[in-house]
Design a protein around this ligand. Structure first.
Ligand SMILES: [Zn+2]
Ligand SMILES: [Zn+2]
Length: 180
């Protein structure tokens, strides 16, 4: 299966009144999730997400097509069955794709890659914080010092998460700037 890059982006102007593609709530979209092929930079999906689905995406809870990795969108549910674009377009997901050459790389794709990488790192750190917190809860024999060390570590990870979030925001702004 080809590798995909998903990046949360600010809503583009023509999508400013869109509703969410991922749930059937008719919730107003707050962002776009753009999906590109990692190798070729080609855009293969660009879907609007509501606050709720954005959060789900960040927690890796939005369902993906098992064949191509695209996020599942509502319009592709037909009579309770999911038919992905990869099936509709008869895509060969094993097809060898030629990597984009340096001069073919797009600045937007570059920023989306960074957003994606930061998002992944943030998810990993969040997971670590949660694991530590769980360890704290289940253990009844922690002595004070171990507990303090763990709390310090959690604090450090949270701080790092905050920095990553700032970086994500900066990348988003930079990404928007390049479009102007
Ligand atoms: Zn939604
Ligand atoms: Zn698919």
């Amino acid at each position: 299966m080809r590798e995909l890059i998903h990046a949360i982006l600010e809503l583009e102007e023509w999508n400013s009144d869109s509703i969410c593609y991922f749930c059937s709530t008719l919730n107003k979209a707050v962002c776009q999730i753009r999906t590109r092929s990692k190798k070729t930079d080609k855009i293969i999906a660009n879907a609007c997400a509501c606050e709720n689905c954005k959060e789900k995406f960040e927690n890796n809870q939005l369902p993906k097509c098992e064949r191509c990795g695209r996020l599942k969108i509502q319009v592709n549910f037909l009579h309770g069955r999911y038919v992905c674009d990869c099936v509709k377009n008869k895509e060969d997901t094993n097809e060898k794709e030629l990597p984009a050459l340096p001069h073919e790389r797009r600045p937007n794709a570059f920023y989306e890659r960074q957003i994606n990488a930061l998002q992944e790192e943030k998810n990993q750190l969040t997971e670590e914080v949660e694991t530590h917190l769980e360890a704290l809860e289940v253990s009844e024999v922690w002595n004070k010092r171990q507990k303090q060390e763990l709390l310090d570590e959690i604090k450090r990870l949270k701080e790092r998460n905050k920095n990553l979030e700032e970086q994500l925001k900066t990348q988003l702004v930079a990404q928007i700037e390049t479009k102007k």
